[in-house]
Ligand binder design. Sequence first.
Ligand code: NAD
Length: 503
Amino acid sequence: MPSKSAAHTGTTNYRMFIDGEWVSSSKNESFDVVNPATERRIASVPKASRDQTKEALEGAERAQPGWEDLSPLKRASFLIKTAQLIRRDKERLARTLTSEQGKPLFEARSEIDGAASNFEYYAEYARRIEGDVLPSDNARQTVMILKLPIGVVASITPWNFPSATVARKLAPALITGNAVVTKPSSNTPLSTIEMVRLMEEAGFPKGVVNVVTGSGSEVGDELVTNSITGLVTMTGSTEAGRTIMAHSSSHLPKLILELGGKAPFIVWHDADIPWALKCAIWARFWNCGQTCICSERMYVDEKIRDKFVPAFVRMAKELRLGDPLKANTDLGPMVSDQERKTSIDFVHKAEREGDKIIIGGEKPKSKNRGWYFEPTIIDDVKQGSPLVQDEIFGPVVPILEVDSFDKAIDHANDSKYGLASYVFTKDSTRVLKAMNRIRFGESYINQVGPEQLQGAHTGFRQSGLGAEGSRYGLECYTQLKTCYVDWNDKPSLPYLFPYGARK
Ligand code: NAD
C-alpha cells in the first residue's frame, strides 16, 4: 500500500522516506538541486536532522526481523517488481538523472537499465544464498555454516552514478534479509528518491527501505556512528572512506568501501590500434570523465606513440560537447562548478610545472552557461606528477611514453589506487602477464567497461574494502554463522571433564 503522504509537495519539493512515511525536514532546512547544464535550480530536498536519521535507522531496525522472516523467494518478488517499475518509468528516470547529473541521455538510459538489472540479478539469488554443510571431526555430528542477514545496512552513495550505485547496494542487502537506510549525494538526490518511491509502489513492507538526504558530515556521520547500523556500504572518495572508517571504529560495523581510482590504460604496438583508439576515447571521456573506472593515465608504447597520440587527440577534438538531453551530444557538463574547478586547477598546476597541454584545459568559450569542460590531453608527463598519482575526476588525461611492457606494468602499479586498469595487446604472453601482474581489482583487456553484474567490483590498496556485484558482493551483506550439531542418541565426548569418559 502506498503511504498516505507523497514524495513531493508541489512538483519540485521532494521529501524523505522514513519508516513508511514521506516527510520534510524536522529542522525546516532544505537544499537546492541544480541542473549542471543550465545552472538552474530544479528541486529542493530536505536536510535531515540527526534525530530524523536516527528515526530512519530505528524504523529499519523494527522492520528487519519481519523482513528476514519472509522466504527469500518472497523477498525476491519485491525486487522483481521494483525492476519492472524502473523499466516502466525508464525514460522519466533517465531524464531526471540527466537533469541533476549532466550525463548524456543515452548514458542515463543505460544506467537506468543497469539499476533494474541489479534488482533482477540479485532476485535470482533467492535460492542461492548458500551456506556449507561440512563433516565433523566427531561421529554423528554435523558442522553447518549459515549466511544470515547482518541487520540494518546504511548505504551512502556518490553523484556520478546516482541510480546504479544505489541499486547495486540495495538489491544484495535486501535479498539477504537486511533492512536499509540509504543516503544519496547532495548533488544528485532525486534519482535515489525516485527509486525509493518505486520501491514503495512495489510494496516493500513499512520501514524496510528508507531514504534520508543531507550532508555527509551530519546525516552520513549519524548513519556511520549509530550502533544500530550493522554494515556501512559506501561508494565515494578515498578521503571520505577513510573518515568513515575512523568514525565507525566506536562500534565497528562491517564496511564495504568502494573508493577512488586512477586507472592506467596501456596500449602496445601489437594491439588493434583503431579499436584501441575508440576504447581510449570512451574509457576516458564517458560521463565527462567522472567514472571511478575511467582511464586516468595512458602508457603508450614508444613504437606507436607518434601515430597513436595525434590520432587520439584528433578523435577527442571531434567529441560533441553540449546539452545532455540532445541526441547528438557526446559530453555533457561536469556535475558541479566545484568539480570543474578541481579539474582546472590540476591542469593549471601541471602547466606551471612545464607539462605540455595539447588540447583543452579551459571552459569552452562557446558556452556561457553550464559547467562544461573541454576534453584535455597533456603530453610527456612524468610518473611522479600529481596528474599521474592523484585522482582527477574530469575529462583530463596525461600521456606517458614507455619503452617496455614490464615498465608499463610497474608504472601502472605505482599508485595508491587499484580499482580498474586497461591493457591493449594481441600478444597472449603479454595478456597473461597483465592478468597476473597488474594489481588492480578489474582489468579490461582489449575492451572497455562498464562492469557486468557477475563480475566482482573491488579494489586493491586504497581503492576500498569488500566487493560489489557477483556472488562475492552478495556475501558481503551476510554474517557467517557456524552451527555444530550433535545427533548422537547417546552423546559422549572424551573432553567434557569431569562428566565425559576419559580415554
Ligand atoms: P564523496 O566521497 O564526496 O561522497 C560520497 C558519499 O559519501 C556522499 O553521499 C557523501 O555525502 C558521503 N560522505 C562524505 N563524507 C562522509 C562522512 N564523513 N561520513 C559519511 N558520509 C560521508 O564522493 P563523490 O564526490 O560523491 O563521488 C566521487 C568519488 O567517488 C570519486 O573519488 C570516485 O572515484 C568515487 N567512486 C568510486 C566508485 C567505486 O566503485 N569504487 C564508484 C563511483 C565513484
